[in-house]
Ligand binder design. Structure first.
Ligand code: GRF
Length: 194
């Protein structure tokens, strides 16, 4: 199975996906694609022998459709079986998602359906939740709402702020996403619980 990964920044989740695919051979990373040419993840991908391309969303202003018309070109050229959003920070239109529906995954840093959207850790802390976590789900037209493929839980500890909680959740993301993708490419859909 051919896997493309979309990033916007450091790409720590992308690195774990690429490394586990290359170490274990359960799939092949064929492209890393970013909306930001300055994304540090691009070099990390190239250092691991994976083609990395940027399409700068700022070159298209508010014209989301025009940005996506450019973004989809390298993606279609890579001919992926699965597309993984990993720290990708742009909302994709339903038209774009429809092209990959049923084979596009995303990782979101909350225990969906709680806290879709942004600032998830701050919101969990302010709500007084005892735990937080991350979710890998299939991407559908509705933001952060597709079928859940796996979740990882961490405690919220006294004295936590958004940064300390984000760091704790990120370590679980790095375990969860490869665990889900490894199974997903075999057709497994029963959710992973970490
Ligand atoms: C992190 O906040 C992570 O929780 C979310 O995307 C952000 C960047 O992740 N999934 P990455 O290091 O670029 O994978």
């Amino acid at each position: 199975k051919r896997v493309a990964i979309l990033i916007s920044g450091g790409g720590s989740n992308m690195v774990r996906l690429v490394e586990t695919m290359q170490d274990e051979g359960y799939a092949t990373p064929v492209l890393v694609l970013s909306n930001d040419p300055a994304a540090a993840g691009l070099e990390k991908a190239r250092a691991r022998g994976v083609e990395a391309v940027a399409v700068d969303h700022r070159a298209f202003g508010k014209d989301r459709a025009a940005f996506e018309a450019e973004l989809v070109k390298p993606l279609l050229a890579a001919d992926p079986d699965v597309v993984c959003l990993a720290g990708f920070m742009r909302v994709l239109t339903p038209d774009f998602v429809r092209r990959f529906e049923g084979r596009m995954l995303n990782i979101h840093p909350s225990l969906l359906p709680k806290y879709p959207g942004l600032h998830t850790h701050q919101r969990a802390i302010e709500a007084g939740d005892a735990e937080a976590g991350c979710t890998v789900h299939e991407v559908t037209a509705e933001l952060d709402a597709g079928p859940i493929l796996g979740q990882g839980r961490v405690p919220i500890l006294p004295g936590d702020d958004a940064d300390t909680l984000a760091a704790r959740v990120l370590t679980v993301e790095h375990k969860l996403y490869p665990a889900v993708l490894r199974r997903y490419v075999t057709g497994e859909r029963t959710p992973v619980e970490l």
